[in-house]
Ligand binder design. Sequence first.
Ligand SMILES: Cc1ncc(COP(=O)(O)O)c(C=O)c1O
Length: 394
Amino acid sequence: MTDDQNTGHEPETSAILAGRSEGETSLAPVLYPTSAFEFATIDEGRGMAMAVGAERYYSRYGNPTINAFEAAIAELEGAEAARAFASGMGAISAVVLGLCSSGDHVVAQRQIYAGTQLFLQTACPRFGIDVTFVDGTEPGAFEAAIRPGKTMLVCAETPANPKLDLVDLHELGAITGATTVVDSTFATPLGQNPLAHGVDLVLHSATKGIAGHNDATIGVVAGSQDLMSWLWGFAVLHGANASPYDAFNAHRGLRTLGVRLAHQAATAQRLAEYLEGHEGVELVRYPGLDSHPQRELAVRQMRSSGGLLTFDLRGDIDTGCRFTEAVRLARQAPSLGGPETLITHPASTTHVGLTPEEMDSTGIGPGTMRVSCGLEHPDDVIADVEQALAATSD
Ligand SMILES: Cc1ncc(COP(=O)(O)O)c(C=O)c1O
């Protein structure tokens, strides 16, 4: 928090004000593309080399553009500190490798981003870190899998890939004896705040809704000063630091997140309701629908139902392929949270390598479609989906 006048505002307002440094008269975030800073004296150089979080020493340690973005995220998440990384995966891998050592144990949610799952399944065992996957929607599942004295980290994602399952943040926040971390990418800092429920760390692929324009690849983690100082020490050596250019774009994007998220969520709500009434659609998953199996939890812990939804087409894998090829306005791309509506057919693209059993256990069917609603007029998005459904059933 850099400006006392920021207190007491709604989060959408804070998103515009947060991260401005005192005395800075530039309305826009200031870009410092430099990789290093010069010192005036040996003493100054020594002081910076020893300082945790040095801002003007070497950009792998810190950089005013990156630090301004971090301060903004920390403020929005109600955290004492934040650290930006080169990507969401950079943030996730730094948290796991920074907090866990050989012989430690991690409890993670089964419904999780495929990259995170692969990292936990393949990289962690190579470093002697044992991982247990649990159903994050099942009450008490995380707690039950904890091995006292061994479990260092409990990893959750909510809303979760791919079916927008939710994890009870209050229950997660009550866990003691292990550090809890929530990937809150789908919600964004304006959609929910896991730290307010007692969770230790929140992280985002800021590549998505936070940056919001498909022009930055960046991740961010926020939490207590103690945890973040520890993580900073590891992150400086891990080297997956954010680029100032990406931090600049992410900070600029953050300022319009309020209006973007509201628009995307309104479109997603309308599209979800439209799809629910369509005979070609078997199931729609959106936290804003009364039919979402955890609707009551969504109301309790989310300020916005978000811009993402999934639905299952009736039919087989060809139906999914035909639908994907029939959409005209929506683009096919493996991302979310940007201005363009994006549609993916996981069974034939992102998850094509999975066996039918693995596909089943992640909740992906042959006709599952994931939609990230963009900033187009909602009527145009719904008309596009409507014509694609008609073309698919021909
Ligand atoms: C929920 C979630 N977390 C993390 C990531 C990884 O982020 P990045 O691509 O910025 O590394 C993704 C990517 O799609 C994601 O959807």
